[in-house]
Design a binder for this molecule. Sequence first.
Ligand SMILES: *[C@@H]1O[C@H](CO)[C@@H](O)[C@H](O)[C@H]1NC(C)=O
Ligand SMILES: *[C@@H]1O[C@H](CO)[C@@H](O)[C@H](O)[C@H]1NC(C)=O
Ligand SMILES: *[C@@H]1O[C@H](CO)[C@@H](O)[C@H](O)[C@H]1NC(C)=O
Ligand SMILES: *[C@@H]1O[C@H](CO)[C@@H](O)[C@H](O)[C@H]1NC(C)=O
Ligand SMILES: *[C@@H]1O[C@H](CO)[C@@H](O)[C@H](O)[C@H]1NC(C)=O
Ligand SMILES: *[C@@H]1O[C@H](CO)[C@@H](O)[C@H](O)[C@H]1NC(C)=O
Length: 445
Amino acid sequence: MWSIQNLLFIFCISLRCLTSAVGMIHVTGYVGREVNVSCSYEQSYVSHEKYLCKNDCGNSDVLITTSQASKTKYSIYDDTSARIFTTTIFDLQYTDAGKYWCGVTKTGTDIYTEVKLKLVQDRCCDTVTKVQSYEGHSESVSCRYESQYQNSLKYICRGNRPSTCLQQALITSDTKQNARFRLDDDKVLGTFTVTISNLTRNDSGSYLCGVHRNSELDVFSAVELKIEEWCCVKSTKINGTAGHPLTLQCPYPPQHWDNRKFLCKGDHRNNCSDMVTSRSRFTLQDDAASSSFTVRITELEAADGGTYWCGSDSQWRVGNYTKIELSVFLQHTRKIPDAALYVLYTVPPVLLLMCLLVTVYKNRSSRVNEADDTMSRNTPKEKNIEEVMGAAESGIYKNQEVVMTYVQQKVCKDGGGDEGVYEIMTAVATEDIYCNENFHKANRR
Ligand SMILES: *[C@@H]1O[C@H](CO)[C@@H](O)[C@H](O)[C@H]1NC(C)=O
Ligand SMILES: *[C@@H]1O[C@H](CO)[C@@H](O)[C@H](O)[C@H]1NC(C)=O
Ligand SMILES: *[C@@H]1O[C@H](CO)[C@@H](O)[C@H](O)[C@H]1NC(C)=O
Ligand SMILES: *[C@@H]1O[C@H](CO)[C@@H](O)[C@H](O)[C@H]1NC(C)=O
Ligand SMILES: *[C@@H]1O[C@H](CO)[C@@H](O)[C@H](O)[C@H]1NC(C)=O
Ligand SMILES: *[C@@H]1O[C@H](CO)[C@@H](O)[C@H](O)[C@H]1NC(C)=O
């Protein structure tokens, strides 16, 4: 009799007579991450040792016990009030997949619960929904789920790592609204929608829609969001001349005929300032028939250079405006204003002579500080004049009038001290005017 018992015992040992007390536990973990294996036990075993073992559960198969609670790859925690002990397996590798046993030590045969550990890659998913939008817009991402998850927690996160998605969720169905993110759950349709507003190009990338499940891994679907920078119906570069009027053309979509039209200036459309205000040099004229408006700038100034935006849609939607880059050039100094031409043709030669005399006199008596040190005294005079004009043309001066005055004074003053002055006055036709101007000035003083 005892031999049969003994035989049975030996048989049991050899077959690792392990039977599950509460059926098999299925656990799935992500490669590289951790997994919790939780096993319950009966009240009478609260003070007993618990352990996790692998394969056949021989002595060398025991991975961790509650009496030696921590190892690098495993940790165990016995929640005696809930009568559940949980073993955590860290840094999961594919070789960790397989059969485990939760064990409770007792006299005679221990109590075993079989555990099946399955591993999946920490990536998702084979199919990706692509969503494209533009900077500054709002975009909705729809995530479908099965009807059984109606009341589950829904969430969305960046990246494509399911293991950390809930932890790093941008928004969940519990929060509903968080800064630029909003989550709406349509339980009837079985879809939850995440709306992201004020998109930037930084929002481009992978997202995971997640549905939380309590005893299994969460369910995911992947979305790829692409945010593009965008511009205009048209982008143009325009050159203007200081002191002259300029007209800008702004086409708009025909359906905008009734919208407010505007021209604003600034590097970015988000913070450009409206230029067409009352009493400004900018006037706007709308021509609905040609689906465009024009903005006339009465007298261009150097400071008008920059980036402008023609708009007909306050929402700044794609393609609804024109970008204009305006460069303002200073007028060529040799171009003679009408008033000066008048002087040139009407002033008798005798006045020219007087001019010269006055100039010479003036320079002799008051030739001082303004002498240009950088100019070599030996440089031919014509070259000096060119330099003066070059400086004027290079854009230091706001408008033509200022430039002219500057050149006039320069020519006459510089000329006075040098022997070559008379030649210059006659050689450079346009400089005659300067002398006349100077003549008037001298008289006024
Ligand atoms: C495992 O359990 C611990 C403690 O309850 C918890 O902090 C951890 O997030 C769990 N890990 C996983 C992968 O569920
Ligand atoms: C989006 O940006 C606009 C203007 O920059 C701001 O007024 C608005 O509050 C922003 N919306 C959100 C949801 O951040
Ligand atoms: C975009 O992301 C980069 C780095 O990730 C950051 O430096 C930059 O400030 C972000 N830009 C915006 C507009 O959020
Ligand atoms: C504007 O001026 C620049 C520099 O002189 C020149 O390269 C460009 O072609 C001009 N553009 C137009 C539209 O006239
Ligand atoms: C205008 O907006 C752009 C981009 O948003 C920013 O770089 C710039 O600093 C802003 N300028 C001003 C004056 O606010
Ligand atoms: C803005 O422009 C786009 C493309 O030209 C057009 O489809 C859209 O209807 C316009 N938006 C409005 C509000 O008119």
